[in-house]
Write a protein of this length. Sequence first.
Length: 115
Amino acid sequence: MKNWISISLVLFIFIGCAQQGSNENTIPVDKMKVIIWQLMKADEVYTRASGKDSTYKIQHKNVQYYQQIFDLNKVDRVRFYKQMDYYSKHPVDFKIVMDSVNEVSKREKNDITKH
């Protein structure tokens, strides 16, 4: 009887995790890497500009940049942060996304140096 309960528990957890991964609210890795890369670039622009112009911090320009990126990629802010919460609990998946972001960065850098 104990074995049956243990097996049932393991199957229940396995099925629950499998269903969570296929949730329709998840953002595909290809889209997620682009969004993260764009957010990183927006942060860089904001950091550089706010050092020169203090009104950037008062006007919360970084929030405006983020919203423009979410609108551009047709992703809700809440959905994005839920996906990031998922990645914080699944570091292997997060590493895959961040490795993809790194590759996007390298490609963009190579395109700039070619011209």
